[in-house]
Design a binder for this molecule. Structure first.
Ligand code: HEC
Ligand code: HEC
Length: 316
């Protein structure tokens, strides 16, 4: 009897919870964008949504080196986080999209990702009464390519994280541990030069740099060069921001490093990993000579960059 009571109680809770979620009104571009971000009908066979690869529980990145699109096709590069995109001047590892609006429609039509021509995506949304109404209420017009892109961009611009342990310490509202503080000092130092590239509020200067992974042998992705065809851009990739970095393994454009320890090991002596790098940036060319302690300190610092909301998600 008791068991039955609890089951009934639980069921009521679930139904009430569901009713709450389903009645939370979608009345802004950002909320519509959020719904669309999880919408599988935007892929050819309705099997994949943006969130299939940009997983909310993992800093909106993926947990494998390459992600699965429709028909189990693999992406050509590692899926980056879409957190903290608001202040980025361009998108993708090679920077080929200049705005979130321009970026948003590309994965839908990309044959390795969602594989649905934009025209078809718009037709599907117009045939769906719920979406048609939502677009008319929010944009004053039926779904079209422009307002679809605007909705995605509006949602993504809400995904800012500024409440990490690092931020609290920076605002004198908290404190880094001695180890994290040593890591921070190292990060800023001329020994590591991390801060030359991973600078400003999101830990990126938004430039393209080559950290020595490209050798046109083991690694053939030419990065920024594919866009500019300028030989000085060979092997350069967008400097990724480092907020929530503890959640977004594996790392680099090809997801080659599984842990932050491996990343630090790489920077400490890049030539031990890639013997004939092409066009490597001189700041990361020479061995840094970090001690074991230095390396763990650096990793401890990187782990302070996780936003609170994201941290809570991962602990579940
Ligand atoms: C099949 C996996 C997959 C799906 C589905 C997918 N993405 Fe991505 N996303 C990626 C990969 C891989 C990249 C990096 C590609 C590159 O740089 O060449 C990326 C890059 C991005 C970026 C740029 C991030 C940065 O740091 O520059 C944004 C923003 C983004 N995706 C948003 C979206 C949106 C919005 C959707 C849904 C409409 C979506 N993605 C669907 C895999 C996916
Ligand atoms: C010369 C500029 C430069 C310097 C110096 C530099 N980085 Fe990077 N960092 C980059 C670029 C560019 C990438 C992306 C490279 C790629 O994927 O090919 C990157 C990638 C990373 C990543 C992986 C990010 C992800 O989302 O996959 C981490 C972590 C990282 N760097 C930490 C550091 C640390 C710690 C230091 C100092 C020891 C450092 N970086 C020094 C430019 C730099």
């Amino acid at each position: 009897m008791k068991k039955l009571f609890y089951t009934a109680f639980l069921l009521t809770l679930i139904i009430a919870g569901y009713a709450f979620i389903s009645t939370t009104p979608i009345n802004t571009r950002a909320k519509l964008g959020e719904k669309l971000f999880f919408e599988k009908i935007l892929s050819k066979d309705s099997s994949v949504s943006c969130a299939s690869c940009h997983k909310p529980d993992f800093g909106f990145a993926d947990t494998s080196a390459f992600s699965l699109g429709i028909h189990n096709r693999l992406t050509k590069r590692n899926t980056p986080s879409v957190l903290n995109m608001k202040n980025r001047p361009y998108f993708f590892w090679d920077g080929r999209a200049e705005s979130l609006e321009k970026q948003a429609l590309m994965p839908i039509s990309n044959p390795d990702e969602m594989g649905l021509p934009i025209q078809e995506a718009i037709e599907r949304l117009n045939k769906n009464e719920t979406y048609k109404k939502l677009f008319i209420n929010i944009f004053g017009t039926k779904p079209n390519a422009k307002n679809l892109a605007a909705a995605f961009a509006a949602f993504e611009k809400t995904l800012e994280t500024g409440d990490s342990k690092f931020d609290l310490a920076f605002d004198n509202k908290g404190k880094l541990s001695a180890q994290e503080e040593r890591g921070r000092q190292l990060f800023l130092s001329d020994e590591t030069h991390c801060f030359d590239c991973h600078k400003r509020e999101d830990f990126t200067t938004d430039e393209f740099k080559n950290i020595g992974l490209y050798d046109n042998d083991q690694s053939t992705d030419k990065g920024r060069f594919e866009i500019t065809k300028d030989s000085s851009d060979l092997g350069k990739f967008k400097i990724p921001g480092l907020r929530n970095i503890a959640l977004t393994a594996p790392y680099m454009h090809d997801g080659r490093f599984k842990t932050l320890e491996e990343v630090v090991e790489y920077y400490n002596n890049t030539s031990a990993f890639v013997s004939n790098p092409i066009n490597i940036d001189e700041t990361v060319e020479k061995p840094m000579g970090l001690s074991k302690q230095d390396k763990t300190d650096l990793v401890a610092f990187l782990k302070t960059l996780t936003g609170k909301k994201q941290a809570a998600k991962i602990k579940k």
